[in-house]
Design a protein around this ligand. Structure first.
Ligand code: F0G
Length: 464
């Protein structure tokens, strides 16, 4: 018999979590005004709100915390990280930032400009993450989504649903002057389309198209290691290559990258921008010094840079990724086997439950994915996050709701944090909700909302 995967680590430290009662949860979610972000973490048993900054560090990373050099300039921890970024990712220059969106702020200030400098400009890519899009639109530029059509069909079985539709990208390049396209952003894996990877073939094709039109290509690399794992698993010619070889090859095609280190860096906070071109690094460093900090710390403590340098090495180990992505697929198959519709193939960091199919008797005006999230919390103290109408915000011009094609409940799995028994528990809770799904006919209405990014702070009440 082939031996199954098992985590290539054992547990040295544990953190207690409280298993509450249903009556407590019903009270807490009401007090939280039916917004899962308003719950205190002690009120959550299994927290699948995000895989960002919620992973468990290794003993080698904790050792780096003690070794952290907190010098303002020239800290040894900075040089450790610089060497790792050069070794693993192949970039000679980098700027540390406090997290991924800070990296976007610095990069776009450099490439798009500040204030309204983006007016008339476009940044094409594959389903840009919200903060990426936010930073583009804040500068009055436009994010153009060139993802392949298969990405929007949750059940279409395509191995690389993060891929860019090359014809769409070329059309954007051809219909704008060169100066109107400051950069092309490729997100690996693509969070907004369900943690879906981009193939090496597509990376290469996007890169050569960018070269042809002289457009710089940057990767949003938050989950780059999971992307490399999928290439090894699914793409012809890569089965025998190591993850580190695949990672090197992926980044060879980019001019630079932004990173939220809270994902595949397996640290609790941090980010960076890496560059091939020294002159561009130099230009960006002025913004980094203004917004983040001096070039050798840029918003990160020395200890965190040390831990990140170890995290990047650990997350690009095959055995780790096999268990990591394997755990996500484990939860996915428990749900699929129970007849629950989830995004296929399973993503690298999360399972996305199709709330429209789950709650067929609930009108979309009453927030299907949010309602499902609340039901799952009440059932088992499991917290997911709505990727649906609340997240989509209203149309800024008409003030009307923008109903997205997909209403999803994302169950994001923190790295090295929960066991498969937790996954069994989550699946059982969702299956219980599914058994009474036909009778869930009442959702929620908005009592108060912010003008943008409302999902974080929205206050809700039962609809009727
Ligand atoms: N890019 C991607 C693909 C992301 O998923 C995120 C964050 C960011 C950039 C921004 O990074 O949070 O460090 O500022 N995603 C988190 C999530 C918040 O829950 O998916 P950040």
């Amino acid at each position: 018999m082939d031996l199954p995967y098992a985590e290539p680590f054992r547990i040295k430290t544990i953190e207690q979590i409280y298993r509450s009662t249903k009556a407590e949860r019903e009270r807490w979610i009401k007090e939280a005004q039916y917004n899962l972000f308003n719950l205190r973490s002690e009120q959550v048993f299994v927290d699948l709100l995000t895989d960002s900054g919620t992973g468990a560090m290794s003993s080698a990373q904790w050792a780096e915390i003690m070794l952290g050099d907190e010098s303002y300039a020239g800290a040894s921890s900075y040089y450790k990280l610089k060497d790792t970024i050069s070794d693993i990712l192949g970039f000679p220059h980098f700027l540390p930032c406090h997290q991924g969106r800070a990296a976007e702020n610095v990069l776009f200030s450099t490439l798009i400009g500040v204030g309204d400098a983006g007016a008339g400009k476009v940044v094409p890519g594959n389903s840009h993450f919200d903060t990426t899009k936010g930073h583009i639109e804040f500068r009055k530029a436009r994010a153009v989504d060139c993802t392949i059509a298969e990405a929007f069909d949750t059940e279409a079985d395509h191995p690389f649903k993060g891929n860019v539709d090359l014809a769409k990208l070329e059309a954007v390049f051809k219909s704008h002057p060169r100066e109107a396209i400051p950069v092309c952003m490729l997100t690996i894996t693509c969070n907004s389309s369900g943690g879906q990877p981009v193939s090496m073939e597509n990376i290469k094709a996007v890169s050569s198209l960018c070269r042809k039109f002289k457009i710089p290509l940057f990767f949003d690399s938050a989950r780059f290691a999971e992307n490399a794992y999928f290439i090894k698993q699914r793409e012809k010619g890569y089965a025998k290559k190591s993850i580190k070889e695949i990672v090197k090859e992926m980044f060879k095609h980019a001019d630079g990258m932004t990173m939220s280190s809270k994902k595949d860096g397996i640290v609790n906070i941090g980010g960076f921008i890496a560059f091939r071109d020294e002159a561009l690094w130099q230009r960006a460093s002025t913004f980094n010094i203004m917004f983040e900090g001096f070039n050798t710390y840029g918003g990160m403590a020395g200890r965190d840079m040390g831990a990140l340098s170890v995290g990047l090495r650990e997350s690009t180990e095959y055995d780790y990724l096999e268990a990591r992505v394997g755990q996500v697929a484990y939860l996915g198959s428990l749900l699929t086997n129970a007849g629950i519709s989830v995004q296929r193939p399973y993503g690298g960091h999360a399972i996305f439950v199709n709330a429209k199919k789950f709650l067929p008797n609930l009108p979309k005006e009453e927030f299907q994915a949010q309602t499902l999230g609340i039901e799952l919390y009440k059932e088992g103290g499991v917290r997911g996050v709505e990727i649906g109408t609340l997240l989509a915000d209203r149309d800024p011009e008409t003030g009307k709701e923008r109903y997205p094609a997909l209403e999803l409940l994302r169950l994001a799995i923190p790295r090295r944090t929960y066991t498969n028994a937790h996954m069994d528990y989550v699946a059982a809770a969702l299956i219980n909700v599914n058994e009474r799904a036909q009778s869930i006919r009442k959702g929620y209405r908005i009592v108060w909302e912010a003008p943008i990014m409302r999902h974080f702070t929205v206050r809700l009440a039962p609809a009727r």
